[in-house]
Design a protein around this ligand. Structure first.
Ligand SMILES: *[C@@H]1O[C@H](CO)[C@@H](O)[C@H](O)[C@H]1NC(C)=O
Ligand SMILES: *[C@@H]1O[C@H](CO)[C@@H](O)[C@H](O)[C@H]1NC(C)=O
Ligand SMILES: *[C@@H]1O[C@H](CO)[C@@H](O)[C@H](O)[C@H]1NC(C)=O
Length: 405
């Protein structure tokens, strides 16, 4: 299904871009501001962190009275926007999604005595490179997602591709800028006998930096199509659940308080969502939520609701990350502590018990009554029988006896 040679490119390959628009020179007072020459993109095998290099156009080689700068524009497939940079240097490093076409536009900028101190922009050249997708079609893993649990370890999980050829085995490789080269997953998380996740201990992670991942694989039908991901681990944090929610009630003032969840997420990085449920006498209830950075919320209890329950969860706030996951909800805490059902429960129990007792007594009574009636009936029949025999005897004596005698 796959051609072995082309597979080499997958996670570690170097390529040169050749597709260039024909470069037109722009005249700036007799000078031609040509686009940068020999533009090439190299992949040092950092799973999408690529190096772009170029050289000064030969027409500007001997220029001394002007500064030559370069403008790069590239399409960021993660943010889906073009990003621009201007530099004096002859190289630039940027992150690209190796599963999508790489689009790069470059031009030369000239400014100084040679241009009468006005900035002259040269013609822009565009380069597009679509990385080759190799591997068994449809075998790319799906539903890849990572959660950095309480900043203690990060679990990345996935599902096998729509096509899961026999003998499939997945491999995860990762890289961040403090690693000299990619490394394989420190600890695979198996699901039945297959690898379906990877656990990264905190020491293997680097925050506020690209964290690149490639999940590839092998099978008896050939290599699996690789999948590339780039994330920032501080955006994947899911704090631990709050464990000590308390409700203090003083007259009409209700104070709900908790402490930050234990763990490695700094306190000032957390925000909370408190959810309250008020249950009224008639059994109806309503819910409200409140997002706060404090660990306490006060409010007045109007006394209309029979019972109020609270639960809280936490998440990393906007100051510490661009995104994050809500923790699990804390256990819910209610006041008054006994529920409406609780209070009904005891009397109901007593009633039920009384009911059962009464039924037993009634049953016993009915049984006795039936016994008494049965015995009475039996007695009656016996009496009737006796009366009948007496009567028969009498009849015998009176009418039949003379006939036989
Ligand atoms: C998966 O990617 C790694 C890292 O680039 C590479 O060393 C390895 O050979 C690849 N494995 C397969 C099965 O494609
Ligand atoms: C730059 O200077 C060198 C020698 O100094 C010369 O050989 C070359 O042709 C010049 N290039 C241009 C573009 O003028
Ligand atoms: C620079 O500007 C001066 C006057 O402001 C003009 O005479 C000269 O031709 C200009 N030179 C170039 C290279 O544009």
């Amino acid at each position: 299904m796959t051609t072995g040679g082309t597979l080499l490119w997958m996670c570690l390959v170097m390529f040169v871009l050749l597709t260039q628009h024909t470069s037109h020179s722009t005249d700036a007072a007799g000078l031609s501001v040509d686009p940068p020459a020999d533009i090439k993109i190299t992949d040092p095998g950092q799973l999408g962190h690529l190096k772009i290099e170029w050289s000064r156009p030969s027409s500007l080689q001997n220029l001394t009275d002007c500064t030559v700068r370069y403008q790069l524009r590239f399409y960021n497939t993660y943010t889906e926007r073009w990003r621009s940079v201007r530099t004096l240097r002859l190289s630039y490093e940027a992150q690209f999604d190796l599963e999508k076409p790489i689009q790069l536009r470059m031009l030369t900028l000239l400014k100084g005595a040679c241009t009468n101190d006005t900035e002259v922009l040269g013609e822009e050249v565009e380069l597009v490179h679509t990385p080759e997708h190799t591997g068994v079609a449809g075998s790319r893993i799906r539903d890849f997602h990572c959660v950095y649990l309480n900043k203690e370890y990060m679990d990345c999980m996935w599902k096998s591709g729509a096509v899961d050829p026999p003998g499939s085995k997945h491999y995860l490789y990762y890289w961040h800028r403090e690693m000299p080269e990619t490394a394989e997953c420190p600890e695979y998380i198996p699901s039945s006998e297959f690898r379906r996740g990877c656990r990264f201990p905190q020491e293997s992670l680097l925050e506020f930096s690209e964290f690149n991942i490639c999940v590839n694989g092998s099978s008896t039908e050939g290599e699996l199509r690789p999948a590339f991901f780039s994330l920032e681990v501080q955006n994947k944090v899911k704090p631990a659940a709050v464990s000590d929610l308390q409700v203090l009630v003083e007259n009409e003032l209700v104070q709900v308080q908790w402490s930050p969840p234990a763990g490695k997420v700094p306190e000032q990085c957390l925000e909370y969502e408190l959810e309250g449920t008020a249950e009224s006498m008639d059994g109806s209830n309503w819910q409200w939520t409140n997002v706060t950075e404090d660990t306490t919320i006060d409010f007045l209890w109007n006394g209309k609701s029979q019972r109020n329950c609270f639960q809280v969860r936490s998440k990393v706030n906007d100051y510490c990350a661009d995104e994050g996951f809500w923790s699990d909800w804390s256990d819910s805490v209610c006041f008054p502590e006994t529920t409406v059902e609780d209070r009904n429960y005891e009397p109901w129990n007593a009633l039920a018990l009384a009911g059962i007792l009464i039924s037993i007594i009634i049953a016993v009574l009915i049984f006795c009554l039936m016994l008494w009636m049965l015995s009475k009936m039996w007695m009656n029949r016996k009496e009737q029988k006796q009366a009948f025999t007496l009567y028969q005897e009498k009849v015998h004596k009176a009418f039949l006896s003379p006939v036989f005698h």
